[in-house]
Design a protein around this ligand. Structure first.
Ligand SMILES: [Zn+2]
Length: 159
C-alpha cells in the first residue's frame, strides 16, 4: 500500500464535507477515490482508503430529492415564462420536457453520491465502522454507538 493510506483520518468526516465529496463523486472518507464505477452504480469499496461503500442504503431518496428540486425549478420557470412572455405552445411542449429530463439525469448521480455521503457521516447502515489502514491494523476500527438496528450480541466482538 501507499503512504497515503497510512495518513487516513481516523475520525469520520463532517456532514457537509462528506455530502460535498459525495456530490462530486468522491469517497466521503478520503475524498480521493471515486464512489461510482459507472452511471448510478456505487463501487463495492473505495479504491484509495478501502471504505466499504456496498452497504449504502440510498434506495429511493436520490430520485425523490431530484424530483423535488427539478420540479420546483422547472415549474417556476414554466409559470414565469407563461405569465410574462408570449411563448408559443409548441415551444413550451418541446422545451420543458427536454430540460426536465436533462436536469434530472444530470442531478441523479451527484444527489445519490451526496446521499451516500450523508449516510457515511451519520454512520448509517454499513458505515458504522471506518476503514483501517495498514498502520492501524492491530487496533480495532472506530465504531459509532450502537443503534436499534444493530443486531450484534454485546460482548461477543472480535478478540
Ligand atoms: Zn476513500
Amino acid at each position: 500500500m501507499t503512504a497515503r493510506v497510512e495518513t487516513l483520518p481516523a475520525e469520520r468526516t463532517g456532514l457537509t464535507t462528506s455530502m460535498a465529496r459525495g456530490f462530486l463523486g468522491r469517497c466521503p472518507h478520503c475524498g480521493e477515490g471515486r464512489i461510482f464505477g459507472r452511471f448510478l452504480k456505487v463501487r463495492p469499496d473505495c479504491e484509495t482508503c478501502g471504505l466499504a461503500l456496498h452497504s449504502h442504503r440510498a434506495d429511493d431518496l436520490p430520485p425523490y430529492v431530484v424530483i423535488f428540486i427539478v420540479g420546483h425549478v422547472v415549474g417556476y420557470f414554466i409559470l414565469e415564462l407563461e405569465t410574462n412572455y408570449d411563448v408559443p405552445l409548441w415551444f413550451q411542449l418541446s422545451f420543458w420536457p427536454l430540460v426536465t429530463l436533462g436536469s434530472a439525469l444530470a442531478l441523479l448521480q451527484p444527489v445519490k453520491g451526496a446521499v451516500v455521503g450523508l449516510q457515511y457521516a451519520l454512520g448509517m447502515g454499513g458505515f458504522a465502522t471506518l476503514p483501517v489502514g495498514p498502520s492501524a491494523a492491530v487496533s480495532r476500527p472506530e465504531e459509532l454507538p450502537r443503534g436499534p438496528s444493530d443486531t450484534r450480541t454485546p460482548g461477543l466482538g472480535p478478540v
